[in-house]
Design a protein around this ligand. Structure first.
Ligand code: ADP
Ligand code: MG
Length: 551
């Protein structure tokens, strides 16, 4: 296999393989299928680029985005590899040139969009040529469960029938178990060897802050990070503009990026960020795919993301150089409420269900009182043996108490409702709630009904999440988030094992009751603010300066 090392050194200019790369490359080079789960920045591209050079014929690479294709093709050409892409961005004569190179067999790699590949004429042509391998990059796009579903990717299920004997390699950084199973099914990769690299990025410190005055919280965070490069993600374009403007006003080199900006503006922002001319990009999730900037020191989520896969991918843009980096999430329970509302308004029933459950997992992470990394990686299907020591929970642990009794109550209640209900119902039964759902199932007659009045619903919910994170309870996301006991729950239920729980801490402080007089005063304040704001705007307009210059 010295040809392999040779190519690594002489074509790609790299010293050594990273974990799994060598095994994957060998597998594909020897005509086997492979399924590669590797975090962003882990080095997935090499896993198909190198075998493409070792095998005869042209390797076909399916990729969802023109920008991703272009970056890779440029890099390959710079290394002297005969690579090209075939997509809608090409001028007619460029497209013709690519096609004739393909026919002549002078291409090592050809990048195509999935709909091109499966188009009848194109697939027929490929059928007559020698194909080295087919790589399906960003393979999570085949899954409805994935955060980036592309209907065109579904057609790739026919690849196996169309190109029998051609090795296929699917690659993704998204690895929650449902998405993973979906990819295998849709692409027919049952025979593929699985390569799962750890998704842990130990150099990223995860922190969640309760969101109360987000602009001040962000400013305080940035104050100690002057001169560093980072990304601030917001959910809406409007929020992006607002936050970017606020940061500039505070003197930070921040620029906005979202899909509402013209393409040249967007690529200029991206360029300045990569070249360290712009320190901070405030962006929607449109920003980042395909950006390979090693020294991003922090990623802030100003709003609650909709799912953990996206959150993980976005935070993973920090610290690719392996140096200490930060991921900060500003979590407002209100954001979760808004998100839930929006999900309930849109899509069909199945989408609402899927998105609702994904949001639950995201909220579970944000409200978790155990090691963040354990929760995050656990969701991605990876068990950390120990707490990470590099997240807010590990560094500043919440108060713990002997939670054996509380846990036993919860576990037995889950058992009593036959492991067929979700969190809210279980807590309702424990607290003795008198509602339709509880009565309809006769759960007001259970022995566990009403045995948990000593804690609030929010506290029980928190305890339940902790039991999930600690592995005593499993939330079956694919089946209406029903709670089930794991084998680990047995000893606790039988009284053979004690366990600790943490006092909830992210809960908002109870709102102080305001007297009528106080409310009126607040209204007066608001009126005064409005007057001042109008005055400021008028003075600014007259002077021809921005309002913040005035006072
Ligand atoms: P992914 O697709 O997994 O996000 P890429 O394939 O884009 O990651 O690779 C990320 C970076 O890692 C690239 O800059 C690539 O050159 C680099 N890289 C990949 N493999 C190696 C290796 N064996 N040694 C050093 N750098 C590598
Ligand atoms: Mg990649």
């Amino acid at each position: 296999m010295s040809k392999m090392l040779d190519t690594l050194h002489n074509v790609f200019g790299l010293q050594e393989f990273r974990p799994h790369q060598e095994a994957i490359i060998r597998r594909v080079s020897e005509s086997g299928d492979a399924f590669v789960l590797m975090p962003t920045g882990g080095g997935k591209s090499l896993c198909y680029q190198l075998p493409a050079l070792l095998r005869d014929g042209t390797a076909i690479v399916v990729s969802p985005l023109i920008s991703l294709m272009k970056d890779q093709v440029d890099a390959l050409l710079a290394n002297g590899v005969r690579a090209a892409m075939y997509n809608s961005s090409l001028a007619p004569d460029e497209a013709r040139a690519v096609m004739s190179a393909l026919r002549a067999g002078t291409l090592d790699l050809l990048y195509v969009a999935p709909e091109r590949l499966m188009a009848p004429g194109f697939a027929d042509l490929l059928g007559d040529l020698e194909i080295a391998l087919i790589a399906i990059d960003e393979a999570h796009c085949v899954s409805q469960w994935g955060h980036d579903f592309r209907p065109e990717y579904a057609a790739l299920g026919e690849l196996q029938a169309r190109f029998p004997g051609v090795p296929r390699i699917a690659l993704t950084a998204t690895a929650d178990p449902q998405t993973r199973a979906d990819i295998v099914n849709v692409l027919g990769l049952q025979q593929a060897e699985m390569f799962v690299t750890s998704f842990d990025r130990p150099n990223i410190r995860y922190t969640v802050l309760e969101k109360h005055q987000p602009k001040q919280q962000l400013a305080r965070f940035l104050a100690s990070r002057e001169g560093q490069s980072g990304i601030v993600y917001c959910l809406s374009r409007k929020r992006v503009e607002e936050v970017a403007e606020h940061l500039r006003w505070k003197g930070y080199p921040a620029e906005a990026y979202h899909a509402g900006l013209a393409a040249p503006v967007r690529s200029a922002v991206q360029e300045r960020f990569i070249n360290d001319e712009t320190g901070i990009v405030v962006a929607t999730v449109a920003f980042g795919m395909g950006i390979d900037k090693p020294n991003v020191r922090f990623v802030v989520h100003y709003d609650l993301p909709r799912h953990l896969e996206g959150y993980y991918q976005e935070t993973g843009r920090a610290g690719r150089d392996g140096l200490p980096s930060e991921a900060l999430l500003l979590y407002g329970a209100q954001d979760a409420g808004t998100a839930r509302y929006q999900i309930e308004q849109g899509g069909n029933e199945e989408q609402r269900r899927v998105e609702g459950h994904k949001l639950n997992a995201m909220v579970g992470f944000a409200e978790s009182l155990s090691c963040r990394r354990r929760v995050l990686l656990g969701y991605l299907g990876e068990d950390l043996r120990e707490d990470c020591g590099n997240c807010d929970i590990c560094l500043d642990p919440p108060n713990r108490f002997d939670g054996t009794l509380a846990a036993r109550k919860l576990l037995s209640c889950i058992y009593r409702v036959r492991q067929s209900f979700g969190m809210k119902h279980v807590v309702d039964v424990l607290r003795g709630a008198d509602n339709e759902q509880v009565r309809r199932h006769g759960h007001d007659r259970l022995s566990t009904y009403g045995i948990g009045t000593e804690y609030s619903s929010a506290e029980w919910m928190s305890f339940l999440r902790q039991l999930i994170h600690q592995g005593y309870v499993r939330q079956d996301i694919a089946a209406y988030s029903v709670l089930r006991l794991t084998p680990e729950a047995g000893p606790v239920l039988k009284g053979d094992q004690d366990l600790e729980l943490a006092e909830p801490r992210l809960k908002a402080k109870p709102a102080r009751k305001r007297s009528r007089a106080a409310v009126e005063l607040a209204d007066d304040d608001l009126a005064l603010f409005d007057t001042l704001r109008a005055l400021r705007k008028r003075l600014a307009d007259e002077a021809g300066v921005p309002p913040y210059v005035i006072f």
